[in-house]
Design a protein around this ligand. Structure first.
Ligand code: UD1
Ligand code: UDP
Length: 360
């Protein structure tokens, strides 16, 4: 029996892990232990996803959050190493590009425990982003790299992975597995009564929220879109809530608390436009055939921009407004299944089993 220890800690990782965890449960010869770092900890940023998506309760629950990047990552490294020494897994599984991802991969690699990275190979080519640092370093110390797209594979090839012993697989995107699996259970948020066609917005990335100029510019654009185009529904990330309160910025849109995944799927399905700086939400807009306007300077999901499904506009208020006008109500098609059509989790668990057989 191969013992896999999954390390998760942030909202998008719970969603990604939910489908992989199911695939592990349906596969003989592998069992999973789940470690939650505690990076996200509010009920609506963590527990709700375990409840809604049927993720097993974490076997190891750390309580590490807040502080600067070094402090958070360092504290995680210490505690994860301890948990790995105790649990002695055959493999560690990490997701995406958060501080929890890097701390988990580093703790495992230093103990010579092989690491599988789900969402490998994504690049924004912007080293100012904490996510870019986390994903590049995690890829370097993983031995199984599960890429969601062809472009992610190309990125790794350009970085020399064709000549390394690590194995690179294009398995598709586990987020599409999750969207397909759970969309049947999509649920209208409590007390939500707006008609269809609202603009669904999310905003939390450090490059936007930590720059007072970018934050003010985006908020201006959101306020204008809300009054002139269609109501803007914004489930507000705690990071953004804090910064907006600190800077006393007036955000005059339909604000809601962060919602569960089933409610988010409902909102995506009923929106007239998606406006976001999230990685995951850019693809989910596409899964629900909605045009997306992305308030960032780069995206790792370049195929969406190249196909015209996503318009990348940065944080300039005029650019955001123009793109919102242009894209509102526009639908997009997913003809070529660029994210694999919902089969990623099964494929990657299959490769994990195969890798352990080869190692024996
Ligand atoms: C993290 C990831 C980011 C990812 C995002 C998903 C890193 C470097 N960043 O950003 O890549 O897109 O998660 O949502 O790992 N907070 C709460 N309650 C919570 C969670 C967070 O109050 O449940 C507060 C924290 O205390 C902190 C702030 O929000 O003050 C930011 O949290 P943090 O985990 O550092 O980064 P995110 O912005 O969530
Ligand atoms: N999400 C959610 N509730 C919300 C906002 C987002 O369930 O209120 C989901 C969203 O549908 C996607 C994931 O969280 O699946 C994206 O997480 P986030 O935007 O926090 O991080 P990123 O993808 O940018 O790393």
């Amino acid at each position: 029996m191969q013992k896999v220890l999954t390390i998760i800690g942030a909202r998008p990782q719970f969603i990604k892990a939910s489908v992989v965890s199911r695939a592990i449960q349906q596969t003989d010869g592998v069992e999973e232990t789940i470690l939650h770092t505690g990076q996200h900890f509010d009920q609506n940023m963590s527990e709700v996803f375990f409840d809604q998506l049927g993720i097993p309760k974490p076997d190891v629950q750390l309580d590490i959050h807040g502080g600067n990047h070094g402090e958070m990552t360092g504290r995680m490294l210490i505690e994860i190493e301890r948990a790995l020494l105790e649990n002695k897994p055959d493999r560690v599984l990490v997701y995406g590009d958060t501080n929890s991802t890097l701390a988990g991969a580093l703790a495992a690699a230093k103990l010579h425990i092989p690491v599988a990275h789900v969402e490998a190979g994504l690049r924004s080519f912007n080293m100012q982003m904490p996510e870019e640092i986390n994903r590049i370093l995690t890829d370097q110390i993983s031995d199984l790299l599960f890429c969601p797209t062809d472009i992610a594979v190309d990125n790794l090839i350009k970085e020399g992975f064709a000549h390394k012993s690590a194995k690179v697989f294009q398995v598709g995107d586990v987020m599409q597995d999750a969207a397909i699996l759970f969309s049947k259970k999509a649920t209208v948020p409590t007390n939500f009564s707006l008609p269809d066609g609202f603009v669904l917005a999310t905003l939390h990335r450090a490059e936007n929220t930590d720059s007072p100029t970018r934050l003010a510019s985006i908020v201006n654009a959101l306020n204008y879109i809300h009054s002139e185009i269609a109501p803007v529904v914004l489930p507000l990330h705690p990071r953004t809530r804090k910064l907006i309160a600190e800077q006393q910025i007036t955000l005059d849109v339909h604000l809601v608390e962060p919602v569960g995944y089933l409610e988010m799927l409902w909102l995506l399905d009923h929106a007239g436009l998606v406006l976001t700086d999230s990685g995951g939400v850019q693809k989910e807009a596409f899964f629900f055939h909605k045009a997306c306007v992305t308030m960032r300077d780069q995206t790792e999901w370049v195929e969406l921009v190249e196909s015209g499904a996503n318009e990348l506009v940065g944080a300039d208020a005029d650019m955001i407004l123009q793109a919102a006008h242009k894209n509102y109500g526009r639908t997009v098609a997913d003809d070529s299944q660029i994210y694999g059509g919902g089969l990623a989790a099964g494929k990657l668990v299959g490769q994990i089993i195969k890798a352990s057989t080869v190692a024996i």
